[in-house]
Design a protein around this ligand. Structure first.
Ligand code: NAD
Ligand code: MG
Length: 396
């Protein structure tokens, strides 16, 4: 048997990171953890290092690194601690590494994920914001390095599984008419509109079907998550925004569908547990046990579908507009959303103001071409600045 694949998990202490480590631990003969990164929960990172004995751990700054290095030594481990974005890029691109789970949340994941792409790693992409911000450059880098890009987002993993067999060999989405992107509709699908101004961060994070980090939970409540996923789908599957249709499906059992020109519609179903797409991507094109129990269709009994409502979910409209405008618009949308969601989680703005902030930022700043990474980060910084100005005027 060949040596186990060496895996770097960026964002190991998060929801996706932990699910990834759960799947990896079920298959010690196939996978070995090469590096783990954490940003805040560093006690948990220490425990993960003890459990998975990586070669490297990465933390945000030097004093945290010293503390973790001492604790690791005291625990008898030879794990070396690296610091900051440079450390993340190093463990993402190290020649020893076979695959990188990109599970840092937000724009902070872009540079390390690109470092993995540029060195031809197998990329397990959870960090959708990276692709939204820099889609054209990201996909260009994938083609140039020959990196294998496997989607972790449950919808995109479902679409990937329903694509023609030759799709993964670069032969395109032959015969595909539409992509149907399912969405649960989140916790506020039926909340009276007048009550939305009073919902709390904890209510927004109480997703009916999925357990996730707080930022993506708020994105799911506002359906910005679906908007980001629309942009993500266009890049991953070479589709136009008009070919991607959102479908509200409250049970979260069908994870998305592909509609072919002959009238066939292929869907992927499963329990809402991210270990399924993670196991699918880790082992692709093979299949491995993920620990997810079998789907019980009799217990589910029915599957419902509804058209999304852009009045209830203005973030969907804003994301579709940004998808159509392309260039710097998706990076601006993403950055304004990151600032607005953080402000909502901190109690500085009300839930409906998330969309107001993003809309104002997009209206204030013209769309420009983004030909390199610097231009992407310039658009990102401009949007953060404008969103910050909105907060100083209207925020609590
Ligand atoms: P999370 O908040 O649970 O975890 C985020 C991870 O990123 C943590 O390890 C954190 O330490 C790290 N991190 C945060 N800020 C950082 C920074 N500035 N620099 C470096 N590291 C930082 O989030 P999550 O739910 O695991 O989501 C991770 C990514 O996966 C997001 O992009 C999300 O959209 C995507 N995703 C998540 C799910 C899910 O079910 N949780 C599903 C689909 C896609
Ligand atoms: Mg998703």
């Amino acid at each position: 048997m060949s040596r186990p694949q060496q895996i770097t998990v960026l964002g190991a202490t998060g929801s996706i990171g932990l699910s990834t480590l759960d799947v990896i631990a079920r298959h010690p003969d196939r996978y070995q953890v090469y590096a783990l990164s954490g940003f805040t929960r560093l006690r948990e990172l220490l425990a993960l290092c003890v459990r998975h004995t990586p070669q490297f751990a990465v933390v945000p700054e030097a004093s945290a690194a010293r503390g973790l290095q001492d604790d690791l030594r005291a625990a008898g481990l030879s794990t070396r601690v690296l610091v900051g974005e440079e450390g993340l890029c190093q463990v993402a691109s190290d020649p020893e590494v076979d695959a990188v789970m990109a599970a840092i949340v937000g724009a902070a994941g872009l540079r390390p994920t690109l470092a993995a792409v540029e060195t031809g790693k197998k990329i397990l992409l959870a960090n959708k914001e990276a692709l939204v911000m820099s889609g054209a450059l990201f996909m260009q880098a994938v083609r140039k390095s020959g990196s294998v890009l496997l989607p972790i987002d449950s919808e995109h993993n479902a679409i990937f599984q329903c694509m023609p067999q030759d799709f993964a060999r670069g032969l395109g989405a032959v015969g595909v008419r539409r992509i149907l992107l399912t969405a649960s509709g989140g916790p506020f699908r039926q909340t009276p509109m007048a009550e939305l101004a009073h919902v709390t961060p904890d209510q927004a994070c109480a997703h009916p079907n999925w357990s996730m980090g707080r930022k993506i939970s708020v994105d799911s409540a506002s359906m910005m998550n679906k908007g980001l996923e629309l942009i993500e789908a266009c890049w991953l599957f070479d589709a136009k925004p008009s070919q991607v249709e959102g479908v509200i499906h409250p049970q979260s059992v069908i994870h998305s569908l592909v509609d072919y020109i002959d009238g066939s519609v292929l869907a992927q179903l499963g329990n809402p547990d991210m270990r399924t797409p993670i196991a699918n991507a880790l082992a692709w094109p093979e299949r491995i046990d993920s620990g997810v129990p079998p789907l019980d269709l009799f217990a589910i009994a029915r599957l419902d579908f509804q058209a999304p409502d852009e009045e209830r979910f203005p973030c969907l409209r804003l994301a579709r507009q940004a998808a159509e405008a392309g260039n710097s618009a998706p990076a601006m949308l993403n950055a304004a959303n990151e600032v607005a969601v953080a402000a909502f989680l901190d109690g500085r703005v009300r839930y409906p103001q998330i969309a107001s902030i993003i809309e104002e930022v997009l209206n204030l700043e013209p769309v420009v071409a983004v030909d390199d990474l610097e231009a992407v980060f310039t658009a990102d910084a401009k949007a953060r600045e404008l969103a910050g100005q909105w907060l100083s005027r209207h925020g609590r």
